[in-house]
Design a binder for this molecule. Sequence first.
Ligand code: CO8
Length: 256
Amino acid sequence: MAYEMIEVETQGPAAVIRLNRPAALNALCDQLMQELGQALRAADADPAVAAIILTGSEKAFAAGADIKEMQARRFPDTYLNDFIGASWEAVLTIRKPVIAAVAGFALGGGCELAMMCDMILAADNAKFGQPEINLGIIPGAGGSQRLTRAIGKSKAMEMVLTGRMMSAEDAERAGLAARVVPVADLLPEALKIAGKIAGLSAPAVAMAKEAVNAAFELPLREGVRLERRLFLGLFGTEGQQEGMAAFVEKRKPVFK
Ligand code: CO8
């Protein structure tokens, strides 16, 4: 598949999808989002891929939805034409772990896209923000909800109301980013995470992802019930048998 606005390569067990629209700081236009959706689905279906890394350039993960494309849009066309539709939510349908490796600007829809991934690894130059208020709009791809759940009401409210950006260090401290690494180490570190995941039991990985993401959707009681069902479902899998046998036999597990 030939893409114009993204680059896709396989590195070991990881599919690396790089947003590549440098002239617009990877602004997320319709074409880019459609290409991204296709690449994500292809990687999800590829049995050689254990995890997906979504990244941008050193300067920008993505500086938001494409403001120039959005400028002329009017309601109700936005609504009738499913403006923030399937292409924006594609990443939420992916069953393999998706790691956002974020350097530079992750603003507006860029921050929202990163938050839709399963974890955010931040370069030390990353800047997160929801600056939509400065354009006379508000976040529209989940920013007000996911940011609030990730960092709490006061911090999210300040960012959404004023457009203030958050540094990588602050993002880590607040729980938005899993870790901060030097910008030069961003992709190698993301690949290490993907490599670790690739060596684990695939059903356990898929269920772990489902269980943690359910914490964003379900009340606690329902979430715990789901976790328990998934947990019990792992008993009898090759992964559970191998993992526990290896522990008892004091050797390293070999998962298929
Ligand atoms: N859309 C379109 N073009 C952009 C965007 C963008 N979001 N961001 C940057 N660009 C373009 C600039 O217009 C410029 O192009 P040109 O050279 O042709 O003028 C080029 O990228 C480089 O940008 P700058 O010259 O501005 O670079 P600086 O380093 O000076 O500044 C900033 C970098 C601070 C990131 C600045 O570009 C900026 O503020 N960008 C806009 C950030 C923003 O407001 N993002 C939120 C957009 S709204 C949004 O995301 C809503 C999401 C809703 C859900 C999705 C619906 C589909």
